[in-house]
Design a protein around this ligand. Structure first.
Ligand code: HEM
Length: 132
């Protein structure tokens, strides 16, 4: 990722950090709209699940310029999702759901350049979820 793109992502995330619970809420609304069958996969405490999602996003955002750490985080995500059959279709749904959630929370602040920067960041991390 370009340093400027990293900055766009980090700045916009800093702006919504206080609203990260809304971001997680909207992410799962969009994910389950696109992938209704995924809802049944979540068996644990969903409040905790949302907190883990935002912690994961925060740690990715913080480490966008650190290739090694980002790869480690990607490997963790692969491990967590390995038994769930998360393939390219599900990964694509997750990418779209996260962009849609960002749009819900950021509104007009999600300008096209910032959106492209997020798309690139999500592909960088989520792309590793289907790696074996
Ligand atoms: C942007 C993509 C995604 C991110 C960042 C993400 C992140 C996470 C995180 C942080 C956890 C908690 C891990 C832990 O327990 O320590 C998790 C669990 C889980 N994720 Fe994802 N996830 C993504 C996409 C998906 C997709 C597409 C699905 C389903 C099709 C999915 C289904 C699940 C399920 C079912 C769990 C609970 C696993 C369990 O309890 O064994 N995730 N995810």
């Amino acid at each position: 990722m370009e340093p400027q793109q990293i900055q766009h992502v980090q700045q916009s995330f800093a702006g919504i950090f206080a609203r990260k619970a809304d971001l997680a809420e909207r992410f799962y609304v969009h994910l389950f709209t696109r992938l209704p069958e995924a809802r049944g996969l979540f068996r644990g405490n969903f409040v905790k699940q949302k907190a883990m999602l935002t912690a994961m996003i925060a740690s990715c955002v913080r480490n966008l310029d650190d290739r090694r750490t980002l790869d480690e985080i990607g490997a963790q995500l692969v491990a967590v999702h390995a038994h769930l059959g998360v393939g390219p279709r599900e990964t694509e749904a997750a990418k779209r759901a996260l962009i849609a959630a960002l749009r819900d929370v950021l509104g007009a602040e999600l300008d096209p350049e910032t959106e492209r920067a997020w798309a690139s960041a999500i592909s960088r991390v989520a792309g590793t979820m289907t790696r074996h």
